[in-house]
Design a binder for this molecule. Sequence first.
Ligand code: ATP
Length: 459
Amino acid sequence: MSAKNNVTMEKLTALCKRRGFIFPTCDIYGGFANSYSYGPYGTELKNNIKKLWWKKFVQDRPDMVGIDGPILLHPKLWEASGHTESFNDAMIDCKKCKKRFRADHLVEELTGQDMEGELEKINKTLKKLKAKCPECGASDWTAAKNFNMMFQTQMNGFEGSVYLRPETAGAIFVEFKNIVDSMRVKVPFGIAQIGKAFRNEIVAGNFIFRLREFEQMEIEYFIDPLVEWKDLFEQWLQLQEEFIMEVGADKKNLRRYEHPKAKLSHYSKKTIDIEYRYPFGFKELFGLAHRTDFDLTAHSKKSNQKLEYFDPVKNRRYTPHVLEPTFGLDRTILVALLSAYREEKLEKETRVFLDFPKKIAPVKAAIFPLLKNKKELVKKAKEVFDGLKEKFALEFDDHGNIGKRYRRQDEIGTPYCITIDFDSLKDNTVTIRERNSMKQERIKIKELNDYLNKGIAKG
Ligand code: ATP
């Protein structure tokens, strides 16, 4: 019988909690502001995705280097980038039930029009349409107003406010000069970073889709302003799509949305969002923007430092332009989970499993001694575990009957389960069972390493 995707957000959040992927945080205090903790399997999954990204975009490419900058950065950076002045979203409150909303999202739902950043139009439209509060149905609104999304804090030894970075990119631009001076990079080259970003979102929600504390994987790719960029832009888009398909997304659930010229930031030549069809509709997953020399020029002016590159071959000094591919890590994890979810009707039950590409599965193989109370079986199973643990993320499980152990591993997406039984003691063979087909094979213990390697490489 064939397995179906059939995923809903309810099913996924329940599975994530039940099986230790993602928990609503501070549950014991009644939850906290749509925030989540990654549990043991969620953490493994996240680390595997980060590793895959770092390998693909940093280690495997001679034109890329990676950094790890701080979350607290000089506030002048955010003045130069425009965040202090204009990193705003429009908020509106229902006067009756006091619930707060993103005003532009309310308008978008009613009219299908994108009015981000257009306060006046938003206010007029809401009035004209007598928009109702989605929570209580009243039509009594405060005026929509701008709200700056940066979290502010104080720092010892520093006067005035500092901010938790609202994106990782800023930390890259301020190290541009250090990278050029220390790394012998040649344009075109890119600087990559993975790390936390913080935005005081007016409404967080849809599980880990919109969080106030989240992770980004970002690249600033520096190019010669006189060189044609359109092909390179297209290549980056394709690489972004390729990456999300490597974590399991189906191409048919992806689409591109090009920001209309009129809505582009004044400095951007082109911006495209890669959108994914989540159960709550097509929404942004990744973005790619041509940001010209806006950032380097702005930081150069603010800091009075030259942020330029000298090309020894062309004998030219210039401020590079930049292409910025940005990837939300939490949204990547959400897409990996949504894409992997499977339900399969068996004779007596419905089996749920996660069909992760094997390289991102949190556990690659589970090792089961058939019976917990037979010392020789447990000893042999531990030997198998020790023989494989250097190379593979494993789990040892001796709880309950084998059928239940299989179901548990299916639900966390473990590609292989290995059972050590009485025959194993005699002939050094084990049963290995594959997640999707549930097919079982008998193989020699000494062949396990190769078997797993080959299976995982196939994806
Ligand atoms: P949105 O329109 O959904 O608010 P954005 O256009 O503000 O997103 P960017 O500023 O382009 O997002 O941020 C880059 C990436 O960071 C996004 O493509 C997304 O994957 C991720 N991201 C942005 N905001 C959040 C958030 N609040 N929670 C989780 N991920 C986020």
